[in-house]
Design a protein around this ligand. Sequence first.
Ligand code: PEP
Length: 254
Amino acid sequence: MEKERKLIVAGNWKMNKTVAEGLDLVSGLKRELANIKEIDIVVCPPFTALADVSRAILDSNIRLGAQNMSEQNFGAFTGEIAAGMLKEFSVRYVILGHSERRQFYRETDALVAKKAIAAHAASLKPIVCVGELLEEREGNKTEEVVARQLKGSLAGLTKSQVEETIIAYEPVWAIGTGRNATPQQAQDVHAFIRKQLTSLYDENVARRVRIQYGGSVKASNARELLKQADVDGALVGGASLEIRGFSDIIKNSI
Ligand code: PEP
């Protein structure tokens, strides 16, 4: 599939997989995906598996991401993990502002922006998640919500940092529900996000930023979704927990 930007497919394991299970999964992914050069492949295990998974994928085309991080660099913040600590395990990407963090841990756009600034300061690429709730879509509020989240969550980043940021459009009603956005629905919001990036920054920035779609992506729907002009990859939850599920999404999208 010829695309303007290199596709990036990331697996968000959420609070799943012991170290042993994570190692089994990446060993299968290494085998299945060894020859893939066309797509950036990222796995985001829980913090407890980062060290071992990092060693296991050292000699592969799979890169490491984390699912969250602190906006602080060090100090008395019990239970938190700093960007510098992630770097110790060769983490390259970090998911920020996932809807589960926003919904269950009350993360705000302002906090996500602070985390994004801290991530860039440590040379981690943030994957910043935005997306509307079902009632917001039904109330025709999708663009308003996504525009607000985008502007708020990127506040304070320089243009070149925004270019190195990945946006994940994840309609909340499509996450873990088996009900994905249609390719056209995804394309419409992705094009809107790119338009917003043009007015917040400029056309060059907007052209360079990769925008992933997330929400019930699986092997059977990935190709159509990722074929859309402004869809530059996928953030995958449930289907990233199985070797076949995740590797077929990637193989089917080339
Ligand atoms: C996610 O949580 O980022 C996600 C997209 O989950 P799922 O693929 O399971 O809908």
